[in-house]
Design a protein around this ligand. Structure first.
Ligand code: ZN
Length: 230
């Protein structure tokens, strides 16, 4: 989950409310990506603009959150799978990690089958929140773990990009690719966290990935999940 800087109301022409809420999509796309490359705020996958959805962080169909249906502060961008996984669960905001609030770079690890696990290096309280976030979004769904949706291919897409990144790592180590080649591949294939994880030994690539994906939280290499600044 790429930690992002979400614009505040008043910044970049952002309004407090968008009615209907679909009108916020263009602004969210501009906030988090560059045409034609846009990514789900939760699973990091590359999504064509037409398939991207305005996601209500706190579900608009839950009575106590109905008043947030048009509120900018309650929006993120997500793919259909992440939106469906969250559904209308009556959640409390403080029980999860969010990409625009927390430094979500250290909370997850990408597994060889493309699923997501919580980082075993976190303390017990952090692991609980990380695990709850995975459960909410069903990010551990894979070949052997339960699927809540028949058409959930997020782990397959992530596994494909993981294999690609691992092949490119070998070529980078051999000097057959440079840092910019890797960053370009990451931008056009998505799954920011996969590239950050695979290229851990190349600090220049990781810094490049932080700057190339629009509005990534700059201090995300810090291991603190609580952000030092907004
Ligand atoms: Zn997603």
């Amino acid at each position: 989950m790429r930690p992002v800087i979400k614009w505040n109301v008043g910044e970049e022409g952002v309004r407090a409310e968008y009615k209907p809420y679909g009108n916020a999509k263009a602004v969210l796309l501009r906030n988090f990506g560059h045409s034609p490359n846009y990514y789900c705020n939760y699973c990091d996958r590359l999504i064509p603009m037409v398939n991207m959805e305005v996601e209500h962080i706190l579900p608009k169909s839950v009575a106590r959150y109905e008043h947030l249906e048009f509120s900018w502060t309650n929006f993120l961008l997500s793919c259909k799978n992440c939106n469906l996984a969250k559904g209308a669960e009556n959640i409390d905001f403080d029980e999860f990690y969010w990409p625009h609030i927390h430094n979500t770079r250290p909370i997850f690890v990408v597994n060889v089958d493309g699923t997501i696990s919580c980082n075993p290096g976190l303390d017990a309280a952090e692991q609980n929140i990380s695990q709850e976030t995975i459960r909410l979004l069903n990010l551990d769904c894979g070949h052997t773990t339960p699927r809540r949706q028949p058409q959930d291919d997020r782990y397959m897409a992530r596994e494909y990009v993981l294999r690609l990144a691992e092949r490119k790592l070998i070529q980078r180590r051999d000097g057959k690719l440079n840092d910019d080649d890797i960053i370009e591949l990451a931008i056009t294939n998505g799954f920011w966290l996969v590239w950050m994880q695979v290229f851990e030994e190349f600090p220049g690539i990781r810094t490049g990935l932080i700057h190339a994906f629009k509005n990534t939280y700059e201090d995300c290499l810090d291991d603190n999940i609580i952000r030092a600044h907004p």
